[in-house]
Design a protein around this ligand. Structure first.
Ligand code: SAH
Length: 421
């Protein structure tokens, strides 16, 4: 653990000096400066609050320092910061207020999204009465900051439990001591949450903060579930379904937008929904979620690439297909391979769509830009010899804000297409 220190003393913080390139980045309103652009950083304790200076010692603001990440500093303010825990508390309150304005019809949403809420390295999700937090930087891991986070969340949201989900790989990269995922406060670590409650009574999901491969749900897809459900019809295949997000939204009576031309939603609801995933625990949870909503769906444990190849070859047809694969490109170097993966999936799905069919196709790889994704999907349509209309071109839900000058905050792409011929 970093040594305890008085971070509130005026000008007691150490400073870093940036290269001209580092200064240009900050002037572009990007909060990150890489280690190669820090020209002087003497004996800085891990996770310390640092004053940021240009080469002529002009003060540019205050940042969080990491002794191990390639991203050496993350700006937290363009002014001075006298009391980091107090600033963190204030930013959390602002993040909650932002969601109050923009998020409705759900009791599950992201409350704090790291840089996009000016809190680098802090993620907080709400699942009804259980909160789940993740700490991803040295600075957010120091005891007074952790205490401020907990205190503010308790005061503002009165949860029944607060769980910490640990990303072991990130803690190792940040050279933080290993921790177990655990209940941090309160008594409750599992609950039931509801999304899109405009759709009848909404779609209900189980949440277990101490189980599962992820923090619980892909909350960033919440608005896309409701959007896609408006057009989903007939026989539907949800590929990479995880715990059934899209599939369940397609099987409850959808709030069909009456303004839509009826040709886009002939059934208004799917006659049959099948979810596909390679993870058995995810499908077991999907099955439990279906029961919670009083629905019976079919779940298939399979490698999606193999299954689509087999189905396409045997002439299977669907009216609605969702493709929501994991991030294929974890780094820039994976881009070509990732594009190949998207092309293959989209091509097979497009071939399997009946006339008037709907394709919901997603990419959550930041390294695959919106333009790249559009191009690869268009390429697949060309090879499938079919024309598609883009009904909706979407991104992450509003509780995952995107910062205009920080492209890293924009990663999710979701296209809703209809086959024209
Ligand atoms: N659509 C989901 C999120 C999908 S996340 C939702 O809205 O909740 C990606 C999913 O792909 C994970 O559940 C993972 O288990 C699954 N997956 C990864 N590789 C796979 C593969 N080759 N075949 C099938 N599923 C795979």
């Amino acid at each position: 653990m970093p040594k305890k220190r008085d971070i509130s003393a005026k000008h007691a913080e150490p400073s870093v000096k940036l290269s001209a390139r580092g200064v240009t980045r900050l002037q572009g309103r990007h909060p990150w400066v890489y280690r190669s652009d820090v020209v002087r950083a003497e004996d800085l304790p891990p996770g310390s609050l640092v004053r940021v200076l240009d080469s002529r010692e002009k003060f540019l603001g205050t940042a969080l320092y990491s002794s191990s990440s390639q991203i050496a500093i993350r700006m937290i303010s363009h002014g001075s910061v006298a009391d980091l825990p107090a600033l963190v508390a204030e930013r959390i309150r602002a993040a909650i207020a932002y969601r109050k304005e923009l998020v409705s019809n759900t009791d599950a949403y992201r409350i704090v999204f790291s840089e996009a809420d000016f809190l680098p390295g802090l993620i907080v999700d709400r699942y009804s009465d259980v909160l789940c937090l993740q700490i991803l930087t040295q600075a957010m891991d120091v005891v007074p900051v952790r205490e401020a986070v907990l205190q503010t969340l308790k005061e503002e949201l009165q949860p029944a439990g607060i769980v910490e989900r640990v990303d072991a790989r990130i803690r190792e990269l940040e050279q933080l001591p290993p921790l177990q995922s655990r209940l941090l406060w309160g008594e409750k670590s599992s609950t039931v949450f509801t999304m899109n409650s405009t759709m009848n009574s909404g779609v209900r999901f189980h949440y277990d903060g101490l189980e599962g491969q992820k923090t619980g749900a892909f909350l960033d897809q919440r608005e896309n579930y409701a959007a896609a459900a408006q057009y989903a019809h007939g026989e539907a295949l949800d590929v990479f379904c995880y715990q059934g997000g899209f599939a369940l939204h397609f099987s409850v009576d959808s709030a069909v937008d009456s303004a839509l031309p009826s040709a886009l939603h002939p059934a208004g609801k799917c006659s049959n929904v099948t979810g596909v995933d390679s993870s058995r625990p995810a499908l077991e949870m999907a099955e439990k979620n279906a029961a919670l909503n009083g629905r019976e769906l079919e779940w298939i444990e399979a490698n999606a690439f193999d299954l689509l190849r087999e189905y396409a070859a045997s002439g299977r047809r669907y009216d609605t297909i969702v493709l929501d694969p994991p991030a294929f490109a974890k780094t820039k170097r994976d881009l070509e391979k990732a594009l190949g993966g998207y092309k293959e999936l989209n091509l097979r799905a497009m071939k399997m769509l009946r006339p008037g069919g709907i394709l919901v196709t997603c990419s959550c790889s930041y390294h695959v830009g919106a333009g790249d994704f559009f191009e690869v999907v268009a390429d697949a349509a060309r090879d499938a010899h079919k024309s598609f209309r883009v009904i909706e071109n979407r991104g992450a839900a509003k509780d995952h804000p995107m910062l205009l000058n920080v492209p890293e905050t924009s990663y999710l792409k979701c296209l809703i297409l209809s086959v024209s011929n």
